[in-house]
Design a protein around this ligand. Structure first.
Ligand code: PEP
Ligand code: MG
Length: 324
C-alpha cells in the first residue's frame, strides 16, 4: 500500500490553498529508524523514550542510553528529533520499578511528576541525551506538564545538567530546545508567560482527549464514545492554536489522530501546521492534504458548528464525497 505514495514522498504536504503542513513521524524503537528515510517524514516529532526502558528487564545504564540516542541522531542525519523524556506510570509500568498501588493510575504519579519528585533517572537521561548529541543540536520535550511551574522545574534540570556536563569537560549540544507536551486541559490556560517561555508545544491528543471528555483511553466501553471531531473538542483545540499564535509559540500535534487523514485535515483546517504520526500514515495524510483547500474545510466545520451538530465528521465526510 505504501508504494501508492512513493510519487509524493519527497513532495511537501502543500494544500490547494497554499498552506504547507510539516509531517513528522512518531518513533521509539530502533526498528522505527529506517522509516525516517522511507516515509518522507521531515523529522521525528515524538520519540517515546520509555519504549527503550519497557523492552528491558533492568534499568538501562547512562552509557547504553547515550549509545542508543546517538544511533537515533545518526539515523536522522540533519533532521530534528524530539526526544520525550520518560513517560512512565499509568499504562506504562516498568517491570523493574516498584509498582505503585494507585486507585487512578491515569491521574496518578506518572511522567514528569515522577521525573521531578525523583530526579535521578531524568538527570541520567538528560546527560545521556547531551552526550549523544555530542555537539549537535538537541531537542527535549517533557510529558504531561500540567502547570507552568513543572515546566520551569524541568527546564532548571536541563540547565543544571548543562552546567554539570560543562564542568566534567563534555562537549555540549550546539543548542538545546526545550518544549512541553500539552496533554492536560489545565496547560491550555497557563499564564501567557508560560507560552512565552516554552520553546515549543506538542499536543498529546490521546491524553488531552481522555482528560477533556473524562473518558479513559484504555477503556473499551468509553474510549470511542466521544469523537475527536466533536465540536467542543475542536473549539478547545482552536483556542490552543490561538494562544500559541499570540506568542508565536511553535505548536504541533502528536496524538494518534494526527495520522488519521480526515482528522489530520480538520486539524490543519483549524490552524495546526505540524503533525506527527506513525510513519505509515504520512503518505495517506499527505495525499489528502495535497488535494484539499483548508479554507473550504474550515467553512464546512464552522457551518456544522453553527447548525449545532455534535461532531463535524458527517459534514466533512459529505464534503469529501462531493469535493474530494
Ligand atoms: C498522547 O498522549 O497523545 C501522546 C502522544 O503520548 P502517549 O500516547 O505516549 O501518551
Ligand atoms: Mg500522552
Amino acid at each position: 500500500a505504501q508504494e501508492r505514495y512513493t510519487s509524493i514522498r519527497d513532495k511537501p504536504a502543500k494544500t490547494l490553498c497554499g498552506s504547507v503542513i510539516s509531517l513528522q513521524m512518531n518513533a521509539g524503537l530502533m526498528a522505527d529508524l529506517p522509516s525516517l528515510a522511507g516515509s518522507g517524514a521531515e523529522g521525528v516529532g515524538l520519540f517515546r523514550t520509555e519504549l527503550q526502558f519497557l523492552v528491558r528487564n533492568k534499568m538501562p545504564s547512562r552509557t547504553e542510553l547515550a549509545a542508543l540516542y546517538a544511533r537515533v541522531l545518526d539515523a536522522a542525519q540533519d533532521k530534528r528529533v524530539v526526544f520525550r523524556t520518560l513517560d512512565i506510570g499509568s499504562d506504562k509500568v516498568l517491570p523493574y520499578m516498584k509498582p505503585n498501588d494507585e486507585p487512578n493510575p491515569a491521574l496518578g504519579w506518572r511522567a514528569i511528576r515522577v521525573g521531578l519528585d525523583k530526579p535521578g533517572v531524568m538527570r541520567m537521561q538528560l546527560q545521556a541525551l547531551m552526550r549523544a548529541a555530542n555537539g549537535r543540536p538537541l531537542t527535549v520535550m517533557f510529558p504531561f506538564v500540567a502547570q507552568f511551574e513543572e515546566y520551569r522545574q524541568a527546564r532548571a534540570e536541563v540547565d543544571k545538567t548543562v552546567a554539570r556536563e560543562a564542568r566534567l569537560g563534555h562537549v555540549l549540544p550546539a543548542r538545546i530546545e526545550v518544549g512541553a507536551m500539552l496533554e492536560t486541559p489545565s496547560l491550555a490556560y497557563a499564564p501567557q508567560k508560560f507560552f512565552e517561555e516554552v520553546e515549543f508545544l506538542s499536543i498529546g491528543g490521546n491524553d488531552l482527549k481522555q482528560f477533556f471528555f473524562a473518558a479513559d483511553r484504555e477503556n473499551e466501553r468509553v474510549r470511542r464514545r466521544y469523537d475527536t471531531l466533536n465540536v467542543s473538542f475542536l473549539s478547545f483545540l482552536e483556542q490552543i492554536v490561538a494562544r500559541c499564535a499570540q506568542t508565536a509559540t511553535p505548536l504541533s500535534f502528536c496524538g494518534e489522530d494526527a495520522g488519521r487523514p480526515v482528522e489530520a485535515l480538520c486539524l490543519a483546517a483549524i490552524g495546526l501546521r505540524s503533525l506527527s504520526m506513525r510513519p505509515a500514515s504520512i503518505g495517506p495524510v499527505k495525499s489528502l492534504l495535497r488535494r484539499s483547500n483548508l479554507k473550504d474545510v474550515r467553512n464546512v466545520i464552522n457551518d456544522a458548528r453553527d447548525r449545532g451538530e455534535m461532531s463535524v465528521r458527517p459534514a466533512v465526510m459529505e464534503w469529501l464525497r462531493t469535493h474530494g
